[in-house]
Design a protein around this ligand. Sequence first.
Ligand SMILES: Nc1ncnc2c1ncn2[C@@H]1O[C@H](COP(=O)(O)OP(=O)(O)O)[C@@H](O)[C@H]1O
Ligand SMILES: [Mg+2]
Length: 416
Amino acid sequence: MSDHQHLIGLLLGTEEDWPTAFEAIVRRLGTVHDGTGAAHQYDVERITVEPFDLCAKPRYDLVIDRLAYWYYHPREWLKKAALMDDVYLLNSPFTFQSMEKHAAYCAMLRLGLRVPDTVLVPYKNPPEHAKYAYTAEKYNRPFDLAAIAERLGYPLFMKPYDGGAWVGVTMIRNPEELQRAYDASGQRLMHLQKAVAGYDVFARSLSIGAETMVMNFDPDQPMHGRYSVSHGFLDAATGEETVTIGKLVNAFFRWEFNSCETLIRDGVVYPIDYANACPDIALTSLHYYFPWAIKALIRWSVFCTATGRRPRLDLETRRFFDIADRADLSYGEKLQAYRGLANEYFQTEAYSDFCASRLPHLDEVMLDWVRGPDFDRLLVDTVRSTFPPHEHDHFIAHYRGLLEMWKRDEENRLNR
Ligand SMILES: Nc1ncnc2c1ncn2[C@@H]1O[C@H](COP(=O)(O)OP(=O)(O)O)[C@@H](O)[C@H]1O
Ligand SMILES: [Mg+2]
């Protein structure tokens, strides 16, 4: 029987919490046997940034990237590792670079999702380019910003076409605010998007491989209070629809670690932001859901490497468009068809079987670790590095309480 040694690489920015958890659990996981009985051993390493030869062979089988969205040297290393070496990447650097928020809006509008009406307006301040003056003089048409806003209707949002982390996002209620925000946008390309005003629920789904967790989100809270622990906050049909939208986006773009924001009003699900590849999964943001996120990352990493799942750089947009373009299908029927494509892409059935038969001990490993002193130390260290000193005691108690709740729920679920 052959043995396989796998190395998982983590490409990181400033975070210490989830990588420490991920490393601890992978080390406790032990040997994983695949369906043929072959043994798979795992190790994790943090990737360093250094010059690389385009022909050098990376040692990693799979890389989880939380850095390349702003640091372009490692982004280019990811592209090399994908094209030259078949390294399995969470996520594809190609679609993530080219399919920013704007492209993601276009694609999902084409597929029939209820993205609010959105208009892209030209730069307020021109790009610095020697050819600009001549080109603009000849080809730029004057436009009436206020008339566009009037057509969309107030309130609306002005936000960068490729944004993240709420940078440059402004709620606009009248023509004065519109003009002020546009003047301030400078050289950032901006969307105007109709607001889903007075929505009932903000549901944020986090997808890791074939798994999706839908969480109740409140953007008006500070980061530590945005996710609330609530299980039945959507009715079954709306919950399924939200899950399907998340999976569809990810299957379409080949994003395997992504979050999707949807606003729900009167039973209608509006996706507003779903190009968030490699999203924040900090302990201080996810708290109760943190153990799930770490387990899902490990399950998906192990599934991909142990079964030899091939990374897929190619998109199959036509298969999705063929469903989108059918006049005989309702919105619900299209969603169902997309869900089928997503299940195929993510090998949902094979993945569930794999987790049940090959990783049945992972839940216990995680529970034991969260119960122990190492996890508590991580929680305390994370609070200390995230909040000012006078808030440490308060937040240590706060997060301990949330994780106590998770432990109780998990013990009940596992019957322990
Ligand atoms: N169309 C919209 N309707 C209602 N709220 C919106 C809309 N667009 C954005 N928002 C609010 O602004 C926040 C930031 O916008 P978003 O598109 O998510 O940008 P970012 O990519 O920076 O997270 C959202 O989380 C939401 O609270
Ligand atoms: Mg957002």
